[in-house]
Design a binder for this molecule. Sequence first.
Ligand code: PMP
Length: 351
Amino acid sequence: MSKFWSPFVKDLVPYVPGEQPKLAKLVKLNTNENPYGPSPKAIAAMQAELNDSLRLYPDPNSDRLKQAVADYYGVSTAQVFVGNGSDEVLAHAFHGLFQHGQPLLFPDVTYSFYPVYCGLYGIPYEALPLDEQFQIRVEDYARPNGGIIFPNPNAPTGCALGLDAIERLLKANPDTVVLVDEAYIDFGGETAIKLVDRYPNLLVTQTLSKSRSLAGLRVGLAVGHPDLIEALERIKNSFNSYPLDRMAIAGAAVAFEDKAYFQQTCQAVIASREALVAAMSGLGFEVLPSAANFVFARHPQRDAAELAAALREHGVIVRHFKQQRIAQFLRITIGAPEQNQALLDALGTIL
Ligand code: PMP
Protein backbone atom coordinates (compact mmCIF):
# COMPACT_ATOMS: atom_id res chain seq x y z
CA MET A 1 0.00 0.00 0.00
CA SER A 2 1.25 3.51 -0.74
CA LYS A 3 0.15 7.05 0.05
CA PHE A 4 -0.29 7.52 -3.69
CA TRP A 5 -3.14 5.00 -3.85
CA SER A 6 -6.68 6.31 -4.01
CA PRO A 7 -9.02 5.13 -1.21
CA PHE A 8 -10.82 3.14 -3.89
CA VAL A 9 -7.72 1.12 -4.80
CA LYS A 10 -6.94 0.52 -1.10
CA ASP A 11 -10.32 -1.17 -0.72
CA LEU A 12 -10.23 -3.12 -3.99
CA VAL A 13 -9.96 -6.91 -3.57
CA PRO A 14 -8.50 -8.08 -6.89
CA TYR A 15 -9.18 -11.36 -8.70
CA VAL A 16 -6.50 -14.03 -8.23
CA PRO A 17 -5.87 -15.81 -11.54
CA GLY A 18 -5.09 -19.53 -11.68
CA GLU A 19 -1.39 -20.34 -11.66
CA GLN A 20 0.48 -20.26 -14.97
CA PRO A 21 3.62 -22.20 -13.99
CA LYS A 22 6.92 -21.45 -15.68
CA LEU A 23 7.92 -25.14 -15.62
CA ALA A 24 6.96 -26.74 -18.93
CA LYS A 25 7.05 -30.32 -17.68
CA LEU A 26 4.00 -30.14 -15.40
CA VAL A 27 0.74 -31.81 -16.41
CA LYS A 28 -1.31 -28.63 -16.32
CA LEU A 29 -4.94 -29.32 -15.49
CA ASN A 30 -5.67 -26.17 -13.46
CA THR A 31 -7.08 -23.44 -15.72
CA ASN A 32 -9.40 -25.21 -18.17
CA GLU A 33 -7.34 -24.72 -21.29
CA ASN A 34 -7.99 -26.97 -24.27
CA PRO A 35 -5.40 -29.76 -24.72
CA TYR A 36 -5.79 -29.60 -28.50
CA GLY A 37 -4.32 -26.60 -30.28
CA PRO A 38 -6.38 -23.98 -32.10
CA SER A 39 -7.69 -24.69 -35.60
CA PRO A 40 -4.71 -24.92 -38.00
CA LYS A 41 -6.70 -22.68 -40.37
CA ALA A 42 -6.99 -20.06 -37.62
CA ILE A 43 -3.23 -20.22 -37.03
CA ALA A 44 -2.61 -19.76 -40.77
CA ALA A 45 -4.96 -16.75 -40.80
CA MET A 46 -3.04 -15.18 -37.91
CA GLN A 47 0.30 -15.81 -39.60
CA ALA A 48 -1.02 -14.09 -42.73
CA GLU A 49 -1.57 -10.94 -40.64
CA LEU A 50 2.09 -10.75 -39.62
CA ASN A 51 3.19 -8.20 -42.18
CA ASP A 52 3.49 -4.50 -42.86
CA SER A 53 -0.23 -3.97 -42.15
CA LEU A 54 0.59 -4.16 -38.39
CA ARG A 55 1.67 -0.53 -38.85
CA LEU A 56 -2.02 0.34 -39.12
CA TYR A 57 -4.64 0.24 -36.39
CA PRO A 58 -7.04 -2.69 -36.61
CA ASP A 59 -10.73 -2.30 -37.46
CA PRO A 60 -12.17 -0.77 -34.25
CA ASN A 61 -15.44 -2.64 -34.82
CA SER A 62 -13.90 -6.05 -35.60
CA ASP A 63 -16.50 -6.43 -38.37
CA ARG A 64 -14.94 -9.55 -39.85
CA LEU A 65 -15.21 -11.37 -36.51
CA LYS A 66 -18.70 -10.07 -35.74
CA GLN A 67 -19.85 -11.34 -39.13
CA ALA A 68 -18.36 -14.81 -38.47
CA VAL A 69 -20.12 -15.00 -35.08
CA ALA A 70 -23.40 -13.67 -36.54
CA ASP A 71 -23.27 -16.26 -39.35
CA TYR A 72 -22.49 -19.06 -36.90
CA TYR A 73 -25.44 -18.28 -34.64
CA GLY A 74 -27.89 -16.94 -37.24
CA VAL A 75 -28.13 -13.47 -35.67
CA SER A 76 -27.36 -9.97 -37.02
CA THR A 77 -24.02 -8.23 -36.44
CA ALA A 78 -25.91 -5.56 -34.43
CA GLN A 79 -26.56 -8.32 -31.89
CA VAL A 80 -22.85 -9.15 -31.49
CA PHE A 81 -20.17 -7.54 -29.32
CA VAL A 82 -16.53 -8.69 -29.19
CA GLY A 83 -13.80 -7.90 -26.69
CA ASN A 84 -10.41 -8.79 -25.30
CA GLY A 85 -11.37 -12.06 -23.59
CA SER A 86 -14.78 -12.59 -22.06
CA ASP A 87 -13.38 -11.11 -18.85
CA GLU A 88 -13.29 -7.74 -20.61
CA VAL A 89 -16.76 -8.27 -22.12
CA LEU A 90 -18.05 -9.06 -18.63
CA ALA A 91 -16.34 -5.97 -17.19
CA HIS A 92 -18.17 -3.78 -19.71
CA ALA A 93 -21.48 -5.51 -18.97
CA PHE A 94 -21.08 -4.92 -15.23
CA HIS A 95 -20.18 -1.29 -15.91
CA GLY A 96 -22.88 -0.59 -18.46
CA LEU A 97 -25.80 -2.83 -17.52
CA PHE A 98 -25.67 -3.65 -13.80
CA GLN A 99 -24.85 -0.30 -12.19
CA HIS A 100 -28.32 0.63 -10.94
CA GLY A 101 -27.86 0.68 -7.15
CA GLN A 102 -29.93 -2.49 -6.66
CA PRO A 103 -28.16 -5.75 -5.74
CA LEU A 104 -26.92 -7.94 -8.56
CA LEU A 105 -27.83 -11.59 -7.98
CA PHE A 106 -25.51 -14.54 -8.62
CA PRO A 107 -24.98 -18.02 -7.14
CA ASP A 108 -22.91 -18.35 -3.96
CA VAL A 109 -20.60 -20.81 -5.68
CA THR A 110 -19.68 -19.27 -9.01
CA TYR A 111 -16.99 -17.54 -11.06
CA SER A 112 -14.98 -15.63 -8.49
CA PHE A 113 -14.51 -12.64 -10.80
CA TYR A 114 -18.13 -11.48 -10.32
CA PRO A 115 -17.68 -10.00 -6.81
CA VAL A 116 -14.44 -8.37 -8.04
CA TYR A 117 -16.30 -6.52 -10.81
CA CYS A 118 -18.92 -5.51 -8.24
CA GLY A 119 -16.12 -4.01 -6.15
CA LEU A 120 -14.63 -2.31 -9.19
CA TYR A 121 -17.88 -0.67 -10.25
CA GLY A 122 -19.53 -0.17 -6.84
CA ILE A 123 -22.35 -2.64 -7.49
CA PRO A 124 -24.07 -4.18 -4.44
CA TYR A 125 -24.70 -7.92 -4.75
CA GLU A 126 -26.39 -10.89 -3.12
CA ALA A 127 -24.92 -14.38 -3.57
CA LEU A 128 -27.71 -16.98 -3.43
CA PRO A 129 -26.89 -20.52 -2.18
CA LEU A 130 -26.94 -23.48 -4.55
CA ASP A 131 -29.18 -26.43 -3.65
CA GLU A 132 -27.98 -29.73 -2.17
CA GLN A 133 -27.03 -31.03 -5.64
CA PHE A 134 -24.97 -27.86 -6.28
CA GLN A 135 -27.58 -26.62 -8.77
CA ILE A 136 -28.82 -23.04 -9.17
CA ARG A 137 -32.28 -22.60 -7.56
CA VAL A 138 -34.05 -20.56 -10.24
CA GLU A 139 -37.03 -19.69 -8.01
CA ASP A 140 -34.73 -17.81 -5.57
CA TYR A 141 -34.01 -15.25 -8.30
CA ALA A 142 -37.57 -13.89 -8.38
CA ARG A 143 -36.77 -10.96 -6.07
CA PRO A 144 -35.94 -7.28 -6.62
CA ASN A 145 -32.56 -6.99 -8.30
CA GLY A 146 -30.29 -4.83 -10.43
CA GLY A 147 -29.46 -7.75 -12.71
CA ILE A 148 -28.67 -11.47 -12.63
CA ILE A 149 -25.52 -13.26 -13.76
CA PHE A 150 -24.47 -16.90 -13.70
CA PRO A 151 -22.26 -19.16 -15.78
CA ASN A 152 -23.94 -21.98 -17.68
CA PRO A 153 -22.50 -24.53 -17.09
CA ASN A 154 -21.64 -23.06 -13.70
CA ALA A 155 -18.01 -22.65 -12.68
CA PRO A 156 -16.36 -24.31 -10.88
CA THR A 157 -19.08 -26.97 -10.47
CA GLY A 158 -19.62 -27.79 -14.18
CA CYS A 159 -23.37 -28.26 -13.59
CA ALA A 160 -25.61 -26.99 -16.41
CA LEU A 161 -29.09 -25.44 -16.39
CA GLY A 162 -31.55 -26.28 -19.19
CA LEU A 163 -33.05 -23.59 -21.40
CA ASP A 164 -36.46 -24.16 -19.77
CA ALA A 165 -35.04 -23.05 -16.41
CA ILE A 166 -33.35 -20.04 -18.03
CA GLU A 167 -36.63 -19.04 -19.65
CA ARG A 168 -38.40 -19.21 -16.27
CA LEU A 169 -35.76 -16.91 -14.89
CA LEU A 170 -36.12 -14.48 -17.80
CA LYS A 171 -39.90 -14.41 -17.46
CA ALA A 172 -39.65 -13.69 -13.73
CA ASN A 173 -37.23 -10.78 -14.35
CA PRO A 174 -38.37 -8.84 -17.43
CA ASP A 175 -37.06 -5.49 -16.13
CA THR A 176 -33.43 -6.34 -15.45
CA VAL A 177 -30.61 -7.81 -17.50
CA VAL A 178 -30.00 -11.55 -17.18
CA LEU A 179 -26.45 -12.39 -18.27
CA VAL A 180 -25.67 -16.03 -19.05
CA ASP A 181 -21.89 -16.55 -19.07
CA GLU A 182 -21.39 -19.45 -21.48
CA ALA A 183 -17.62 -19.84 -21.17
CA TYR A 184 -18.03 -23.65 -21.17
CA ILE A 185 -21.25 -24.10 -23.19
CA ASP A 186 -19.74 -26.05 -26.09
CA PHE A 187 -18.90 -29.10 -23.98
CA GLY A 188 -22.47 -30.25 -23.48
CA GLY A 189 -24.80 -27.35 -22.62
CA GLU A 190 -27.48 -25.74 -24.79
CA THR A 191 -26.81 -22.13 -25.74
CA ALA A 192 -29.25 -19.42 -24.61
CA ILE A 193 -28.36 -17.49 -27.78
CA LYS A 194 -31.43 -19.29 -29.17
CA LEU A 195 -33.53 -17.09 -26.85
CA VAL A 196 -32.07 -13.63 -27.56
CA ASP A 197 -34.67 -12.71 -30.20
CA ARG A 198 -37.48 -13.31 -27.67
CA TYR A 199 -35.95 -11.72 -24.55
CA PRO A 200 -34.57 -8.17 -24.93
CA ASN A 201 -33.11 -8.41 -21.40
CA LEU A 202 -30.94 -11.48 -22.17
CA LEU A 203 -27.20 -11.11 -22.77
CA VAL A 204 -25.11 -14.21 -23.48
CA THR A 205 -21.31 -14.10 -23.26
CA GLN A 206 -18.87 -16.65 -24.65
CA THR A 207 -15.13 -17.06 -24.95
CA LEU A 208 -12.73 -18.45 -27.52
CA SER A 209 -10.41 -19.52 -24.68
CA LYS A 210 -11.91 -22.96 -24.06
CA SER A 211 -13.74 -24.77 -26.88
CA ARG A 212 -11.77 -22.89 -29.55
CA SER A 213 -8.46 -23.27 -27.74
CA LEU A 214 -7.40 -19.62 -28.07
CA ALA A 215 -6.86 -18.61 -24.44
CA GLY A 216 -3.59 -16.96 -25.42
CA LEU A 217 -5.29 -14.74 -28.00
CA ARG A 218 -7.81 -13.17 -25.56
CA VAL A 219 -11.09 -13.01 -27.44
CA GLY A 220 -14.60 -13.09 -26.00
CA LEU A 221 -18.01 -12.06 -27.24
CA ALA A 222 -21.56 -11.20 -26.26
CA VAL A 223 -24.83 -11.76 -28.11
CA GLY A 224 -28.06 -9.98 -27.22
CA HIS A 225 -30.56 -7.30 -28.20
CA PRO A 226 -28.95 -4.43 -30.21
CA ASP A 227 -29.76 -2.00 -27.35
CA LEU A 228 -27.70 -4.07 -24.90
CA ILE A 229 -24.90 -4.34 -27.46
CA GLU A 230 -24.94 -0.57 -27.97
CA ALA A 231 -24.38 -0.04 -24.23
CA LEU A 232 -21.32 -2.30 -24.40
CA GLU A 233 -20.03 -0.46 -27.49
CA ARG A 234 -20.34 2.88 -25.70
CA ILE A 235 -18.34 1.62 -22.76
CA LYS A 236 -15.77 -0.03 -25.03
CA ASN A 237 -15.25 3.11 -27.09
CA SER A 238 -14.70 5.08 -23.88
CA PHE A 239 -12.20 2.52 -22.57
CA ASN A 240 -10.15 1.03 -25.42
CA SER A 241 -11.44 1.62 -28.91
CA TYR A 242 -9.13 -1.06 -30.39
CA PRO A 243 -9.51 -4.01 -28.01
CA LEU A 244 -8.82 -6.65 -30.65
CA ASP A 245 -5.65 -6.61 -32.69
CA ARG A 246 -5.39 -7.65 -36.32
CA MET A 247 -4.28 -11.20 -35.53
CA ALA A 248 -7.05 -11.70 -33.00
CA ILE A 249 -9.75 -10.54 -35.41
CA ALA A 250 -8.51 -12.81 -38.22
CA GLY A 251 -7.74 -15.86 -36.05
CA ALA A 252 -10.97 -15.72 -34.07
CA ALA A 253 -13.10 -15.29 -37.22
CA VAL A 254 -11.53 -18.35 -38.84
CA ALA A 255 -11.88 -20.33 -35.59
CA PHE A 256 -15.65 -19.78 -35.90
CA GLU A 257 -15.63 -20.68 -39.59
CA ASP A 258 -13.69 -23.93 -39.14
CA LYS A 259 -16.63 -25.90 -37.74
CA ALA A 260 -15.22 -29.34 -38.52
CA TYR A 261 -12.11 -28.87 -36.37
CA PHE A 262 -14.18 -27.31 -33.58
CA GLN A 263 -16.64 -30.20 -33.47
CA GLN A 264 -13.94 -32.84 -33.62
CA THR A 265 -11.92 -31.37 -30.74
CA CYS A 266 -15.00 -30.70 -28.55
CA GLN A 267 -16.10 -34.32 -29.06
CA ALA A 268 -12.63 -35.56 -28.10
CA VAL A 269 -12.73 -33.52 -24.87
CA ILE A 270 -16.24 -34.78 -24.04
CA ALA A 271 -15.22 -38.42 -24.63
CA SER A 272 -12.15 -37.96 -22.40
CA ARG A 273 -14.34 -36.37 -19.73
CA GLU A 274 -16.66 -39.36 -19.65
CA ALA A 275 -13.69 -41.75 -19.40
CA LEU A 276 -12.14 -39.65 -16.62
CA VAL A 277 -15.41 -39.50 -14.65
CA ALA A 278 -15.68 -43.30 -14.81
CA ALA A 279 -12.07 -43.83 -13.76
CA MET A 280 -12.24 -41.30 -10.90
CA SER A 281 -15.50 -42.81 -9.65
CA GLY A 282 -13.67 -46.14 -9.63
CA LEU A 283 -11.06 -44.55 -7.34
CA GLY A 284 -13.82 -43.54 -4.90
CA PHE A 285 -14.37 -39.93 -5.99
CA GLU A 286 -17.80 -38.32 -6.08
CA VAL A 287 -17.87 -36.37 -9.34
CA LEU A 288 -20.56 -33.73 -10.01
CA PRO A 289 -22.30 -34.14 -13.40
CA SER A 290 -20.22 -31.99 -15.75
CA ALA A 291 -21.21 -30.29 -19.00
CA ALA A 292 -17.85 -28.47 -19.10
CA ASN A 293 -14.21 -29.22 -19.98
CA PHE A 294 -13.45 -29.92 -16.32
CA VAL A 295 -14.76 -32.07 -13.52
CA PHE A 296 -15.46 -31.06 -9.94
CA ALA A 297 -14.85 -33.94 -7.57
CA ARG A 298 -14.32 -34.83 -3.92
CA HIS A 299 -12.97 -37.90 -2.23
CA PRO A 300 -14.95 -38.74 0.92
CA GLN A 301 -11.87 -39.92 2.82
CA ARG A 302 -9.24 -37.46 1.65
CA ASP A 303 -8.57 -33.77 2.29
CA ALA A 304 -8.75 -31.89 -1.03
CA ALA A 305 -5.97 -29.41 -0.27
CA GLU A 306 -3.65 -32.27 0.67
CA LEU A 307 -4.61 -34.17 -2.46
CA ALA A 308 -3.84 -31.12 -4.62
CA ALA A 309 -0.45 -30.75 -2.92
CA ALA A 310 0.33 -34.46 -3.36
CA LEU A 311 -0.66 -34.31 -7.04
CA ARG A 312 1.66 -31.37 -7.51
CA GLU A 313 4.54 -33.45 -6.14
CA HIS A 314 3.72 -35.94 -8.87
CA GLY A 315 3.91 -33.13 -11.44
CA VAL A 316 0.14 -32.68 -11.92
CA ILE A 317 -1.50 -29.36 -11.10
CA VAL A 318 -5.23 -29.07 -10.48
CA ARG A 319 -7.31 -26.28 -8.88
CA HIS A 320 -8.38 -26.17 -5.26
CA PHE A 321 -10.60 -23.38 -3.91
CA LYS A 322 -10.56 -22.45 -0.23
CA GLN A 323 -14.19 -21.23 -0.16
CA GLN A 324 -15.90 -23.23 2.60
CA ARG A 325 -18.75 -24.87 0.69
CA ILE A 326 -16.38 -26.28 -1.93
CA ALA A 327 -13.17 -26.70 0.08
CA GLN A 328 -13.41 -30.50 -0.20
CA PHE A 329 -13.47 -30.42 -4.01
CA LEU A 330 -10.84 -30.36 -6.72
CA ARG A 331 -11.49 -28.82 -10.12
CA ILE A 332 -9.67 -30.80 -12.75
CA THR A 333 -9.39 -29.74 -16.39
CA ILE A 334 -9.90 -32.44 -19.02
CA GLY A 335 -6.54 -32.89 -20.67
CA ALA A 336 -5.31 -34.99 -23.57
CA PRO A 337 -5.66 -38.76 -22.94
CA GLU A 338 -2.02 -39.09 -21.82
CA GLN A 339 -2.41 -36.18 -19.37
CA ASN A 340 -5.57 -37.69 -17.91
CA GLN A 341 -3.73 -41.00 -17.57
CA ALA A 342 -0.86 -39.24 -15.75
CA LEU A 343 -3.44 -37.78 -13.36
CA LEU A 344 -5.04 -41.18 -12.77
CA ASP A 345 -1.65 -42.85 -12.25
CA ALA A 346 -0.70 -40.18 -9.70
CA LEU A 347 -4.05 -40.52 -7.91
CA GLY A 348 -3.67 -44.30 -7.88
CA THR A 349 -0.28 -43.95 -6.15
CA ILE A 350 -1.44 -41.27 -3.69
CA LEU A 351 -4.65 -43.05 -2.67
N1 PMP B 1 -16.35 -16.88 -17.36
C1 PMP B 1 -16.04 -18.00 -16.70
C2 PMP B 1 -17.12 -18.72 -15.99
C3 PMP B 1 -14.72 -18.48 -16.69
O1 PMP B 1 -14.41 -19.58 -16.00
C4 PMP B 1 -13.73 -17.78 -17.40
C5 PMP B 1 -12.31 -18.29 -17.44
N2 PMP B 1 -11.54 -17.98 -16.32
C6 PMP B 1 -14.10 -16.59 -18.06
C7 PMP B 1 -15.41 -16.19 -18.04
C8 PMP B 1 -13.09 -15.72 -18.75
O2 PMP B 1 -12.54 -16.28 -19.87
P1 PMP B 1 -11.69 -15.42 -20.91
O3 PMP B 1 -11.42 -14.06 -20.30
O4 PMP B 1 -10.46 -16.21 -21.15
O5 PMP B 1 -12.54 -15.29 -22.12
